[in-house]
Design a protein around this ligand. Structure first.
Ligand code: NAP
Ligand code: HSE
Length: 430
């Protein structure tokens, strides 16, 4: 059977998983693809590290250039992570006419335009299923299965670590620090979980999805990103009382005026909505197309096996692309939509918690500021106070970020407000 030479640049969690599963499902893959995928070279930093798989020492090199330049390698798989070297590797591979597979969401979010422009000019495909939501085939779905749709919206839980933390805060009543420590102890969070908890891992994935859905690379600086570090057990508890769960959501929308909205933030999701019951490290995405309507994708968004499954799917497509030229190079530019909506113009509903003195007239003062900013209150709860301090929990109607920001600044300045007001966004999927 014809062999296709694969080069693995990176043989860590995902790279070793790809090697393991190519080996384990060799017969099945050969039967399905009509070719044999054979790893010819692999780059690592440390040649002495035990990889936990049965790979010969001769396979390994410490220079990624050895992988890319090897004449036996036809498809280059970038699984090193990081930006500079991964970018240099992918550019070199494309220049050599070698098809690229990558799971590097940070790189694509930052340099996607450069990479796909080069790929298009050289007619060399770049595949990136593993970059978004691990084992869930969301890239293929948006690029191919929904090709006949305008994508109206995508709502996604696209970071497993934060979903685990929020789930444990909700179900076990843990505070943020304890839930994060547990996620790290379970091996879900990275040893440095900064990009997970500050929302940027999810933002990178949202940028890739939005760029694919709307055919124009989204500039990271135009994306509103808020992490989960400030979410408190108290907010989770009040949200529950109001009939919501708090999830870190990636929200992507395009309006009729062709403006695109991309944001990632902790969000109150109605408890009856399917995303509210996606728990633990699982990811899920709801994609709304104008032809297909609502669709739902669910699965493991990270980890060795789920991510290797996505890389192998790309390898199958890459192998086919060696024989039959593709019309697109992995990114399908539609050019149908315009730029990102300015943050201040983004409209949504809100949850606002305001710590106040428990005195007559306080509620009227807070409501008065909201009213003068033209922000309506849809409901309110005030837990029994101790007679000195109280908390007002207000659910606000649709308003722009600009309106709400201005109102909160004025509320914070009121003498009766004794702490920082806490604002969270609400999504009612209307
Ligand atoms: P990882 O475990 O840290 O593995 C990285 C691999 O690349 C290691 O084998 C490392 O060598 C090698 N490497 C790094 N820099 C190198 C260099 N300059 N030259 C040669 N080898 C180099 O990372 P991972 O978790 O597998 O993730 C890989 C990529 O997949 C990242 O872009 C990540 O964002 C993405 N991804 C990961 C997951 C996941 O669940 N882990 C899910 C989706 C996407 P050593 O082993 O010797 O250190
Ligand atoms: N750190 C990511 C997550 C996994 O927790 O979802 C890789 O995308």
């Amino acid at each position: 059977m014809k062999q296709i030479g694969i080069g693995l640049a990176g043989f860590g969690t995902v790279g070793a998983g790809v090697f393991k599963h190519l080996d384990r499902n060799r017969a099945l893959l050969s039967e399905r693809l009509g070719v044999e995928l054979v790893v010819k070279k692999a780059a690592v930093r440390d040649l002495k590290k035990d990889r936990g798989v049965n790979a010969p020492a001769s396979l390994f090199t410490t220079r990624w250039q050895d992988v890319v330049e090897d004449p036996a390698v036809q498809i280059v798989v970038e699984l090193m992570g990081g930006i500079d070297e991964a970018r240099a590797l992918i550019i070199r591979a494309i220049e050599l006419g070698k098809i690229v597979v990558t799971g590097n969401k940070a790189l694509l979010a930052e340099h996607g335009k450069e990479i796909f422009d080069l790929a298009a000019s050289k007619q060399v495909p770049v595949f990136f299923e593993a970059a978004v939501a691990g084992g869930i085939p969301i890239i293929k779905a948006v690029r191919e299965s929904f090709v006949g749709n305008h994508i109206k919206s995508i709502h996604g839980i696209i970071n497993g670590t934060t979903n685990y933390i929020l789930t444990r805060m909700t179900e076990a009543g843990l505070d943020y620090a304890a839930a994060l420590a547990e996620a790290q102890a379970q091996g879900y969070a990275e040893s440095d979980p900064t990009l997970d908890v500050n929302g940027w891992d999810a933002a990178h994935k949202a940028i890739i999805l939005a760029s694919l859905a709307y055919g124009t690379w989204i500039c990271p600086s135009k994306v509103f990103v808020e992490g989960i570090e400030q979410v408190t057990a108290r907010d989770i508890c009040f949200a529950k009382k109001l009939g919501y769960r708090i999830k870190l959501l990636g929200i992507i929308k395009a309006d009729a005026g062709a403006e695109i909205e991309v944001r990632v933030h902790p969000t109150l999701v109605p408890e009856k909505h399917v995303l509210a019951s996606v728990n633990g490290v699982f990811n899920a995405l709801c994609v709304h197309g104008d032809v297909v309507g609502e669709t739902l994708f669910y699965g493991r968004g990270a980890g060795q096996d789920a991510t290797a499954s996505a890389v192998i799917a790309d390898l199958a497509e890459a192998a086919a692309a060696l024989d039959v030229k593709r019309r697109d190079c992995g990114f399908m530019p539609h050019g149908l939509y315009g730029d990102c909506k300015p943050l201040d113009q983004i409209t949504c509903q809100y949850y606002l918690r305001v710590p106040v003195d428990d005195k007559p007239g306080v509620l009227a003062q807070v409501a008065g500021v909201l009213g003068s900013a033209n922000v309506g209150i849809s409901s309110m709860i005030q837990p029994e106070s101790d007679g000195e301090q109280a908390e007002l929990i207000l659910m606000l109607h649709d308003a722009t970020h600009a309106q709400v920001r201005e109102a909160i600044t004025r509320i914070h300045a009121l003498e009766c407000v004794i702490g920082e007001p806490r604002l969270l966004r609400v999504e009612n999927f209307g």
